[in-house]
Design a protein around this ligand. Structure first.
Ligand code: CA
Length: 299
């Protein structure tokens, strides 16, 4: 399809002040405890634009929770009890080439590749399943104490989110915690609801649950490096018999420096290219931050 601009381009001014006023009104009239909707500070944390390179079919029944790309194929984890799977998917057709059901009481979550294995989290079962990459034979499993949301890896450690503002670095062979970081904005506010993850060129990209935002994170410090607002992708989603749910799913094609993104029950998978220009657009999705220590919402 024809590439489209997204995100970048506008300048601050009347529109920015109007949007800021809307944010202020929102905070005044919806004073939820522990969640603060903040106006964007584009001079402090850059918003990066993007360009749609391609759009492909995506199974509208797939409640996408984890997404990984390798050699022209996607590996995908889907959620919901009784409907959770791990699957191998052809990018261009969206065809599911191979799928394995999870136990009916398990809710599939994040997914990552580790050498010749796939590691899949479950939401509340406290179990990570490990499969052979080629045949989906379940080779072992790990136990953990937190909720499982997203997972990726940096070549040395697995990196896991639990819906809060922390990311845990785990030993790939034992799942033992090595260290953890808290994701914080430059103003000190922690960023919660970190969901699906992808390690891209030395940064961690994370979906923020219930928003169309991806946050770019320093793996060393947890500092927010920037944002991408993918709300514009919804304009390119066709009508679907299913209720289209939230953005979720980030996979990286290093050979082309492109990113694949989709969402829960989305009928499209998008291939995008990041724009190096920094946008001052106010995002459609308010950024949710909270004081340290508050508990995450339900995934
Ligand atoms: Ca991913």
């Amino acid at each position: 399809m024809k590439p489209q601009a997204g995100g970048a381009g506008s300048r601050p001014g009347v529109n920015g002040r109007f949007a800021a006023t809307l944010v202020v009104l929102f905070v005044l009239f919806f004073p939820f405890a522990s969640i603060a909707e903040e106006p964007v500070e584009p001079d402090r944390e850059p918003f990066y634009g993007y360009r749609i390179v391609n759009a492909y079919p995506h199974d509208p029944e797939a409640f996408t929770q984890g997404l990984v790309y390798e050699d022209g194929l996607l590996f995908e984890s889907t959620g919901l009890e009784g409907r959770s799977t791990i699957r191998r998917v052809a990018v261009r057709t969206g065809q599911v080439l191979q799928a394995l059901d999870l136990p009916a009481d398990c809710f599939g979550e994040g997914l990552t590749l580790w050498r010749d294995s796939l590691v899949q989290l479950t939401w509340k079962s406290g179990i990570a399943f490990v499969y052979t990459k080629d045949s989906f034979i379940r080779s072992k499993q790990f136990a953990y104490q937190t909720e499982g949301w997203g997972i990726t890896q940096d070549g040395a450690a697995l990196i896991m989110s639990d819906g809060g503002s922390e990311l845990r670095f785990l030993a790939p062979e034992t799942f033992a915690e090595i260290r953890r970081i808290e994701v914080r904005r430059r103003n000190g506010a922690s960023v919660r609801l970190l969901n699906e993850l992808e390690y891209i060129k030395g940064e961690i990209f994370a979906n923020i649950w219930h928003s169309d935002l991806i946050v770019r994170i320093s793996p060393k410090t947890g500092e927010v490096l920037g944002w991408i607002d993918l709300g514009g992708l919804r304009d390119s989603l066709p009508a679907s018999p299913q209720r289209i749910d939230v953005l979720n799913g980030i996979a990286y094609d290093a050979a082309h420096d492109h990113i694949f993104v989709t969402g829960k029950l989305w009928p499209r998978l998008f291939e995008i290219e990041l724009d190096s220009t920094v946008s001052s657009n106010v995002p459609r999705s308010p950024i949710q931050t909270q004081a340290h220590g508050s508990s995450p919402l339900m995934n």
